[in-house]
Design a protein around this ligand. Structure first.
Ligand code: CMP
Length: 137
C-alpha cells in the first residue's frame, strides 16, 4: 500500500466540483485516509510549493492557491502516487488524456483542478505539511 497527498484546488472547489472529484477518487478504488478543507495563506502556499520558488509562475501559483478554500486528502492504494497522477492527467489540460480529471475539470495549466505528489519523498513531505501522524492511524 502507498499513500499520496491530493488537493482539490480552489478553482474546483469554487466551481462546486469537489463532490464529483471525490466520487471519481472513490470509484477508482482509493481509500480516503484523511481529508480537510483548508484556506491556505500566501505563506502556507509558498511553503507547500517551495520546490517551485525559482519558477516564473511561482507568484501567480501561490496567489491562486491562497485565493479560496481547497480540499486536501491523503489517498491510499497500491501504487497510489502513480495511480492518482494517471487519474488527474497531464498538468496542462490541453495535453491531458480523455477521461482524466484535468481534461474534464481544469481551466488552464495553473487552474488545473487537482494536485498530486510526484514521488515517495514528496508525498512524505506533502502529507506531513497538512496532517499529523495521529490523523492517519
Ligand atoms: P501542480 O501539479 O500542483 O504543481 C505545480 C503547479 O504549478 C501546477 O500543478 C500548476 O497549477 C502550476 N503551474 C502554473 N504554470 C505552470 C507551468 N508552466 N508548468 C507547470 N506548472 C505550472
Amino acid at each position: 500500500m502507498e499513500r499520496t497527498l491530493a488537493i482539490i484546488k480552489p478553482d474546483a472547489v469554487e466551481r462546486r466540483l469537489a463532490g464529483k472529484i471525490l466520487q471519481r477518487i472513490e470509484d477508482a478504488g482509493f481509500q480516503i485516509r484523511a481529508m480537510r478543507r483548508v484556506h491556505l495563506s500566501r505563506k502556507d502556499a509558498e511553503g507547500f510549493y517551495a520546490v517551485h520558488r525559482e519558477r516564473p509562475f511561482f507568484a501567480s501559483l501561490t496567489t491562486f492557491m491562497s485565493s479560496g478554500p481547497a480540499v486536501v486528502l491523503v489517498l491510499e492504494a497500491p501504487d497510489a502516487i502513480k495511480k492518482w497522477r494517471t487519474l488527474m492527467g497531464a498538468t496542462d489540460p490541453a495535453k491531458a488524456d480523455a477521461g482524466t480529471l484535468r481534461k474534464e475539470f481544469a481551466q488552464s495549466i495553473e487552474r488545473n483542478a487537482t494536485h498530486g505528489s510526484d514521488a515517495p519523498e514528496t508525498a512524505a513531505f506533502e502529507i506531513g505539511y497538512f496532517f499529523a501522524g495521529i490523523e492517519l492511524m
